[in-house]
Design a protein around this ligand. Structure first.
Ligand code: COI
Length: 372
């Protein structure tokens, strides 16, 4: 097996960095990107870090026509003492391969993908913002690039990682958001692609989101696609409710995204001795809890959204105001603990933080490991 370095070509045209105090979500991109090609029969090859640039793709590339693509989202944090941390990055690359299975895309080597990410971050480390509530959002994604209009798995792919310094996902920041429960449209059904992180799930969500935004709601809460009854997830996050002292979240059922923040929150709640369960939750149960005065808190979780308190649910022409439209005690504690673990200001009893240093980053990749 011959040793192969990730070929790194540094940009000679560095961009000005955005104001860290006014960072929007996903609008600015760093100076470099990682890219590796896949060719049927040859596997993944030619890993490289290159200046951030547009892609040149044949208009018949399959991704444009049939949406054979997957993506991930994770973040890097710069601590007060200038250490760089990732949060459970192994879980993202594992989930990427899970999505790959569903979309008939060849697996990537998870360890090598993580090494490539670390190298990319080190190249662009000056882009990691340090202000409160900011981070470097990481978007790994795979696209099918074979020029072919037949409906079949592509024979060529590109796996790319781009980086974006970000502030909070919602303009509200940590102020509670308003969410409309969706009655007309569905996101996916069990047996569909809901569990995979693939663009089509998000494309199909846009119509409902557009309608709800027009009437003042940030996103929609999806109900299951078969009975239109059970709660699944919100546009870009999983959802939790605190009812009468217990925190509940919909159990994973094949159409809900297995959020890494969701999993972390369940573990944190157990650690905090707050009762938590994963189960089927109907919208009727939430409505009843609201009427009975025991719907104490609601919040969404996600990499982009972190913990996003929900101050109002719109359902059946009624506004269900949660906790007077204010962030709840448990939501605030979860936010403080999670972000503290992520940015290095709090202890990490779970071993979730992964430090990125030149010493912990392997400088060479072995070509054989990229080939399947
Ligand atoms: C994330 O939270 O990282 C996501 O991928 C959600 C995205 C659609 C903004």
């Amino acid at each position: 097996m011959t040793a192969l370095q990730i070929k790194t070509t540094l940009s000679t045209n560095r961009k000005p960095k955005p104001d860290p105090e006014h960072l929007a979500f996903g609008r600015n991109f760093t100076d470099h990107m990682f890219i590796v090609d896949y060719t049927e029969g040859k596997g993944w090859h030619d890993p490289r870090i290159i200046p951030y640039q547009p892609l040149s793709l044949d208009p018949s590339s399959m991704v444009f026509h049939y949406g054979q693509t997957v993506f991930e989202g994770l973040k890097a944090y710069l601590s007060k003492d200038n250490q760089i941390y990732l949060f459970r990055p192994d879980r993202n690359f594992k989930r990427l391969n899970h999505s790959n299975d569903r979309l008939c895309i060849p697996h990537i080597d998870e360890d090598l993908a993580l090494e490539a990410l670390k190298q990319l971050i080190l190249v662009d480390k000056d882009w990691i913002p340090q202000a409160e509530g900011t981070s470097l959002y990481i978007r790994p994604f795979i696209i099918s690039t074979e020029p072919h209009l037949g409906v079949a798995p592509s024979e060529n792919y590109q796996f790319i990682i781009i980086l974006s310094p970000v502030g909070s996902y919602y303009k509200e920041g940590l102020k509670p958001v308003k969410i409309a429960v969706e009655k007309q449209y569905v996101r996916t059904v069990v047996g569909g692609t809901g569990e995979a992180k693939t663009g089509g799930n998000y494309a199909s969500s846009l119509k409902a989101q557009e309608i709800s935004e027009k009437v003042g709601y940030s996103q929609v809460l999806w109900l299951d696609g078969r009975e239109n009854k059970y709660i699944e997830e919100v546009g870009s996050m999983n959802i939790f409710f605190k009812i009468n002292g217990e925190v509940v979240t919909p159990a994973l059922n094949g159409s809900i995204l297995a959020g890494i923040t969701r999993d972390s929150i369940i573990q944190l709640l157990k650690h905090m001795n707050v009762p938590v369960s994963e189960r089927k939750i109907s919208i009727d149960e939430i409505y009843q809890a609201y009427k009975d005065g025991v719907l104490e808190e609601a919040f969404g979780t996600g990499t982009a959204a972190v913990i996003s308190p929900i101050g109002e649910l719109y359902w059946n022409d009624e506004k269900l105001v949660v906790n007077n439209g204010e962030i709840g005690k448990v939501s605030q504690e979860l936010y403080d603990t999670l972000t503290g673990i992520q940015n290095g200001t709090k202890p990490d009893p779970f071993g979730w933080r992964v430090q990125v240093t030149p010493e912990t980053t392997v400088k060479e990749m072995h070509s054989g490991s990229f080939v399947y």
